[in-house]
Design a protein around this ligand. Structure first.
Ligand code: MN
Ligand code: MN
Length: 461
């Protein structure tokens, strides 16, 4: 049972819509290389669409009713948005969820050193990466430095053509004989992923001159000192913008598409969906790549707390109301799928693989070694989804993450399923997932957005 390539079906107008969406998506990626940068863009878009900050709703004691739209930001790294429908909220919401953190190198708390007149920053990688992929390419530093007095300095160095960039070096092949004998996991090791950031000494300063020069630049241009690294969150990411890929420009190559491709399309669908009967909700969260932990990850109670506040503001103060709302909700937990790669065909089982260009992907289950750690969606729920996709003529496919027992992965689906709601994993197929430059198909991005629009507008029972 093969699924059709979505490109066969498109009208001229749809082809234009595909390119418009792809251009806006690329802008989002180019300006959203950290969770915080994504949140800033999401909040700006939400406010422009009439969403109000939940904090001010609480503070001003505003009563919320059908047609009201609110958003809530947790610690600048996770966002929840709700558009209140005309149907009683306890009948459940239609929820979209995705994550906005991506694999990268994080700067350590005490990172700065100079060796042999080269200034370096020590890093600890974030999420699952193949370390050898992160060397010898221009890298940018994004993030915040928070000074003792609470002043927040926002950094994004390496994106403008006039900015400097940074890099992690690698050994030349001429001397690489021993290195090349090593297993790929050991070719470049975690402690070797240090970032080259300077080499020029302060003139005449023979001892610690290189260190002094870099610190002088940090002070003069960015207004912080070495000790301020202690309270910084600096993320090292590939420098430069996304590009169109292929002679036919059918694909996008860019950093952080896992999972900003699902986050962006969910956001746009949420913003474009108005006057709903069933309440709609979009959740864009942090820390998925390290297990959805921490206050801004999906395992945090921040979403449940927000729901309690929302229901209180709607006049439902019983704790049962929150539980009913959540357990009666339906969710698409969106995350990227491994796109079938003919160069690595043996990693996949072709009947149950996701293919670029064949539309949005549904994973009834994820997990590894016997579905472990997976949310296994109900057949009944999958049937509803099929019906919805067919009704709206959306190209979709179903897949597993690779061949059985080869590896696997998790998403945020199982965490939302803890509330007893129907959840299914869904998303966009990606080539070279978790690499510095991931690849997606414009058609799949378009179909994902169409899928989210249809899902948000779907009626309850
Ligand atoms: Mn992901
Ligand atoms: Mn991932």
């Amino acid at each position: 049972m093969e699924r059709r390539n979505a490109w066969h079906e498109y009208t001229e107008q749809q082809l234009q819509e595909i390119d418009t969406l792809a251009t806006k998506y690329r802008h989002f990626l180019d300006h959203g290389k950290t969770e915080r940068e994504c949140v800033d863009q999401i909040v700006a878009a939400a406010e422009a669409a009439g969403y109000r900050n939940m904090d001010s709703v609480i503070k001003e004691g505003i009563t919320l009713k059908a047609g009201d739209k609110v958003y809530y930001v947790h610690m600048k790294k996770a966002v929840a948005m709700v558009n209140i429908g005309t149907e009683p909220i306890e009948k459940g919401m239609n929820i979209l969820g995705a994550h906005i953190d991506s694999p990268r190198l994080d700067v350590k708390q005490n990172p700065f050193y100079v060796d042999s007149d080269l200034a370096l920053l020590d890093t600890h990688y974030y999420g699952g990466i193949k370390k050898y992929q992160w060397v010898t390419m221009p890298l940018a530093i994004h993030g915040v430095v928070v000074k003792r007095d609470g002043t927040v300095i926002n950094l994004a160095i390496g994106e403008s053509p006039t900015d400097p960039v940074f890099c992690v070096t690698d050994l030349l092949p001429h001397l690489g004989q021993e290195q090349m004998e090593k297993k790929a996991a050991k070719v470049v090791e975690g402690e070797q992923l240090d970032l080259l950031i300077g080499s020029r000494p302060v003139k005449g300063e023979l001892k610690d001159g290189v260190k002094a020069y870099v610190l002088q630049v940090l002070q003069e241009q960015y207004d912080f000192e070495e000790e301020d690294f202690l309270s910084a969150e600096l993320e090292i990411v590939p420098a430069g913008a996304t590009r169109e890929l292929g002679f036919d420009r059918s694909m996008i190559i860019g950093y952080g598409q896992d999972d900003r491709v699902c986050a962006y399309t969910s956001l746009i669908a949420m913003l474009e969906t108005d006057n709903v009967s069933r309440t709609t909700c979009t959740l864009l969260v942090d820390k998925e790549e390290i297990g959805s932990v921490g206050a801004t990850g999906m395992q945090s109670r921040f979403f449940e707390n927000f729901m309690a506040e929302l229901l209180e503001a709607m006049g439902h103060s019983s704790p049962l109301a929150v539980r009913r709302t959540l357990s009666n909700s339906h969710m698409l937990s969106s995350d990227v799928s491994a796109g079938f790669d003919p160069l690595y065909a043996s990693a996949f089982e072709k009947k149950n693989a996701a293919f670029l260009g064949r539309g949005v992907v549904f994973n009834k289950f994820t997990g590894s070694r016997g579905k472990s750690g997976s949310n296994d969606a109900n057949a009944e729920y999958m049937a509803r989804i099929r019906h919805l996709m067919d009704q709206n003529n959306i190209s979709y496919q179903t897949a597993e993450l690779g061949r059985v027992d080869l590896g696997g992965g998790g998403t945020i689906a199982y965490i939302m399923a803890l509330y007893g709601m129907n959840v299914i994993d869904c998303g966009v197929a990606v080539l070279s997932m978790h690499s510095p430059w991931e690849v997606t198909s414009k058609a799949d991005i378009y179909e994902a957005k169409r899928c989210y629009l249809a899902f948000l507008a779907a009626k309850g029972e």
